[in-house]
Design a protein around this ligand. Structure first.
Ligand code: TXA
Ligand code: MG
Length: 338
């Protein structure tokens, strides 16, 4: 995929929505090639990328200009596919049976063998999963056959798009494809409920709270009352519920040389002084590419942590583009904790 893709818009008529239809097949091919394809869901337009492809997920964050790696929702075709990603407690099973396909997102414990890229879940051990009901979204998910991450298809800080035209305004030249299926029926994002301990409402949305409470009691998230910073953002930071990814090892940031016994998380072509004596070394991007670095960030941190050094020295990563989010996550991982 090129750095500056020409964004193509393909229209799907209501009568022609099948997994084999040309526009649907184009979307599936785009996703399989690591590209980005926006498509309608019953809530808002989503910007789809292959959830199992870390580089595609990194490009997705870059296209949206997200200032940090807010975790993404994995969209799948049916509950059977969702079971391969996450563990369902009885409350989650009831909600899924009642409301999927539909505008409900469940945040669940991620399965150990979940194929979704670490970057998509921002290194958390939970995952947000949704089975959309829109026929175009469903047809794309069935044709593609793997989970698709799809944040709202707007630039960060803008409101969620409900027409293909909105998507084009925000993302022209940044994504490969827009599947135009007309205005989205609901226009409001999915309701997000975490089923980790007891069910907690994380984001009010297109499925009314009362509908959910007919089946399971809901706890309000601690700071869900706080107004969102932008209309686009959920009312709670994901970090408020599940803790941010924290390695066991201490992180030493902006390291220009490696001290005895340290592991090294490198960036770019020039190794840090003393790299040859590092206990273990991985490079986020030997060619200094921030998109590649983002795709590798969480998995490299985990691998170095598992290698057992007490400290991971992290070479400086520039703050341009995705570098801002990479540094944000590194700083959180390096922060002192009890
Ligand atoms: O209706 C929707 O849900 C749309 C359509 C396209 O499906 N998608 C959407 O995605 O609104 P997005 O990325 O704009 O918002 C999803 C929110 C994120 O902001 C994040 O806070 C939350 O879901 N989220 C994702 N994974 C999470 C997790 N593991 N724990 C807590 N919150 C999570
Ligand atoms: Mg959004």
């Amino acid at each position: 995929m090129t750095a500056q893709p020409a964004t193509q818009v393909v229209t799907v008529e209501a009568g022609a929505i099948t997994p084999g239809a040309a526009a649907i097949a184009r979307a599936a091919q785009t996703l399989a090639a690591g590209g980005l394809a926006a498509f309608p869901t019953e809530t808002v337009y989503g910007l789809g990328g292959d959830a199992t492809n870390g580089a595609a997920v990194a490009r997705l964050y870059a296209a949206k200009e997200r200032p940090s790696f807010n975790p993404l929702i994995a969209h799948v075709a049916d509950s059977a596919a969702a079971l391969a990603l996450a563990r369902f407690d009885p409350a989650a099973e009831r909600l899924a049976a009642a409301f999927w396909p539909g505008p409900l997102t469940l945040v669940l414990p991620k399965r150990a063998d979940c194929p979704v890229a670490e970057l998509a879940t921002a290194g958390l051990d939970t995952i947000a999963v949704r089975v959309p009901s829109h026929p175009i979204a469903r047809a794309i998910l069935m044709a593609f056959g793997r989970p698709v991450v799809a944040p709202s298809a707007n630039r960060s800080g803008h409101v969620s798009p409900t027409t293909a035209q909105h998507v084009l305004c925000d993302l022209r030249g940044r994504i490969e494809l827009i599947v135009d299926g007309g205005p989205t029926p609901m226009g409001l994002e999915s309701t997000i409920v975490a089923c980790l301990d007891r069910p907690v409402l994380l984001r009010p949305g297109a499925l009314a709270r009362a509908e959910i409470e007919r089946l399971v009691p809901l706890t309000q998230a601690p700071h869900a009352a706080a107004p969102p910073a932008h209309a686009d953002e959920p009312p709670i930071a994901p970090g408020g519920l599940a803790s941010h990814y924290a390695p066991r090892a201490r992180l030493r940031l902006n390291a220009r040389r490696v001290e005895a016994g340290e592991a090294l998380l490198a960036f770019g072509p020039a190794p840090a002084a003393g790299a040859e004596r590092a206990a273990a070394m991985l490079n986020l991007s030997p060619r200094g590419d921030l998109i590649e670095a983002a795709a590798n960030l969480f998995s490299h941190l985990r691998a170095l942590d598992a290698a057992g050094a007490a400290t991971i020295a992290v070479m400086p990563v520039p703050r341009a583009g995705l570098g801002e989010a990479i540094n944000d996550r590194l700083e959180r991982a390096a922060a002192p904790r009890s």
